[in-house]
Ligand binder design. Sequence first.
Ligand code: CP3
Length: 344
Amino acid sequence: MTSRQRFLAACACAPLERPPIWVMRQAGRYLPEYRELKAKSSFLEMVRTPELALEVTLQPLRRFPGIDAAILFSDILVIPEALGQAYAFRDAGGIAMEYRIENRAQVDALRGPEAIAEKLAYVPAALRLIRRELADTKAVLGFGGSPWTLATYMVEGGSSDDFERIKLLFYTDRPLFDALLEKLTESLIAYFKLQIEAGADAIQIFDSWGGIIAGPDYEAASLQWIRRIVAALPADFPVILYAKGTSPHLTDQAFSGVRVVSIDWTADLAIARQNLPANVAVQGNLDPVLMQTTPDIVTREASRLLESMRGLNGHIFNLGHGITPRAKIECMASLVETVTGWKN
Ligand code: CP3
């Protein structure tokens, strides 16, 4: 069985001897070969140059050939940028958008789905290179932010501690909030269709800030837009939803049309698995900080998670969030070895 087959079988909740494994987002930073490339080109240059994006995408797979899926090297913020709101990295860490979205005229001035193919042609170009390089051996994942998570950056003007502006917009001017989210939703549909045409096997939607919404508002602020996106993609195409801090909404997420619900490290994965519909897979969920401990601790904790999932179908092994820049290579090696050596 190839990695790609194993990955797609896990999405379809088929019984497997072991779960597929891949590691989420910003996978580069802990690797010296990534830092070496980044010393020569900026992050955005690497994102916008298909040959460099290909190289960064393949780096973790070269080092850990047991990994079953490659995730496109890019960023969720290329969407606001394509619509007309550029971004940069703050020296102190975090994201700075070029300006804040504060009024109707600014939302109207943003471009929409028609801008996607024109501004983001480098994304399908990179995916085609990745697909050509990996052929059918590995699964290839495309991704994007959820409309809500992208809107937080656009309205807050970058990374935020309190998310007051986006919440105030949601509570006080729902028509304007909806107009912005509508534009993002339509643009993301166009974007994901491009990624699918270019060879993505699955799409992961990052609702990284879904967990800051008041519980009863999660549907209106975030999940309804995700549901619309999934409904607009080819029937049965595997969409993975990662939403940090949203354990109370796992059941609603499982009924949103996605094929895989990705779970952060705070939930008990086996309990989540047993409570969700049998045709929806789960992904997760080791605490990413474990990658800064020791190989023995990683083996112990990964085995514990695998043991808790024994006999349960529909599991993609992953961390509960992105790997941290201080992750140790020997810990990753021990993680990949433990999962790929596992027998259900
Ligand atoms: O594994 C991968 O590298 C896949 C590519 C990927 C990146 N970002 C590359 C990246 C993916 C899937 C993302 C997703 C992303 N980007 C999210 C959602 C995932 C999540 O964390 O919940 C978000 C919120 C972003 C926006 C973003 N981009 C942030 C908050 C940061 C960190 C800024 C900081 O303070 O350092 C980035 C930068 C970024 N995106 C890096 C990488 C490899 C690090 C750039 C570097 O320092 O070299």
